[in-house]
Write a protein that binds this ligand. Structure first.
Ligand SMILES: [Fe+2]
Ligand SMILES: [Fe+2]
Length: 314
């Protein structure tokens, strides 16, 4: 059994050992303590970003802090959520006592993604403050479920958390434990490039899998609905839903493709409008200015190479 989480979480005790394959193996207690500690770090970092964004919003000059908060969420919070869906939530989804809990927690992950995407488009002080505080509040409730319900339930069910997580430090926090990347696992490979500051990061081989885009985004009257499905140094994949009449602002960017999943409208490349409907694909060359306009409610999948070169809204 594991203790309940507290607001002050001690560092993981040094109880690591190596199993017969040489991998680091830790007791469930040690793994749960590490996860809770990492949750505490994420909550504290989010609090600092939200405080900064709210304070900046009071002065009206919120752009930098809003963007810093969005960047942090996309580089820390959402990858954490994605990694645990692939590893931690999988066994829990197959256990009767936690099946409904996992369904609710995955829905909370989607809600967090929406809040972050809305925050990226927030264009006045009230919106920035509201979205930022809502993100913090939802994450706090979500962490409580993971710390106090999910982790003890997995422990009680006898799930070997060390084997399930296998040193995934997006979830465990701290440096990668294994001297070599995991190559034996069916669903995990090291895909970070040499020289990347996160080159020791283990990511999911299938970096994400979604059975139906309709469960992720939907056209909304209050603005574009954007979900970042994947982001790495080489590739960014976004799902975007626009209501009729909405458009993404024109901006320059790297080579990109736009595949229209539903609706009608136009992909505009360097001022030339290319009419599109469901099934159409438009490829934008590197450096061109691009925007997407919806004539009727429109959803598209966008793939961007070299995401750092993007100067757009997401
Ligand atoms: Fe989560
Ligand atoms: Fe978590």
């Amino acid at each position: 059994m594991v203790p309940d989480s507290t607001t002050s979480i001690p560092a993981a005790p040094p109880t690591a050992s190596r199993d017969e394959s040489g991998r680091v193996a830790r007791s469930n207690d040690a793994v749960i303590t590490a996860i809770r500690a990492h949750h505490g770090q994420l909550a504290e970092q989010l609090r600092a970003h939200v405080d900064a964004a709210v304070n900046a919003a009071r002065s009206g000059a919120y752009g930098g802090e809003r963007d810093a908060l969005v960047d942090w969420c996309r580089s820390e919070l959402l990858p954490h959520a994605s990694a645990e869906e692939q590893a931690l939530y999988r066994p829990a989804a197959n256990l009767e006592p936690t099946r409904l809990l996992i369904a609710a927690m995955i829905a909370e992950h989607r809600a967090l993604e929406r809040l972050v995407n809305d925050l990226a488009f927030a264009s006045d002080s009230a919106q920035v403050s509201g979205q930022a505080v809502a993100t913090q509040a939802l994450f706090a409730v979500h962490l409580g479920k993971e710390n106090d319900l999910l982790l003890p339930a997995l422990d009680q069910a006898g799930v070997n958390l060390s084997a399930v997580l296998h040193g995934m430090h997006e979830i465990l926090g701290g440096p990668s434990e294994d001297p070599k990347p995991a190559t034996g696992g069916a669903d995990r490979i090291n895909v970070s490039p040499a020289g990347d500051p996160h080159s020791d990061m283990l990511t999911i081989g299938a970096a994400g899998a979604w059975s139906d885009w309709r469960s992720i985004v939907a056209p909304r009257d209050d603005g574009p609905d954007v979900a970042v499905l994947h982001e790495s140094a080489e590739l960014k994949v976004v799902l975007v839903a626009l209501a009729a009449g909405q458009a993404l602002p024109a901006h320059p960017g790297p080579a990109a493709s736009f595949h229209i999943l539903s609706g009608t409208g136009a992909v505009v490349i360097d001022e030339v409008a290319h009419p599109v409907s469901a099934g159409a694909t438009v490829i934008a060359a590197s450096g061109t200015r691009r925007s997407v306009r919806a004539a009727s409610a429109l959803v598209f999948l966008g793939n961007l190479g070299e995401p750092a070169a993007e100067e757009g809204p997401h």
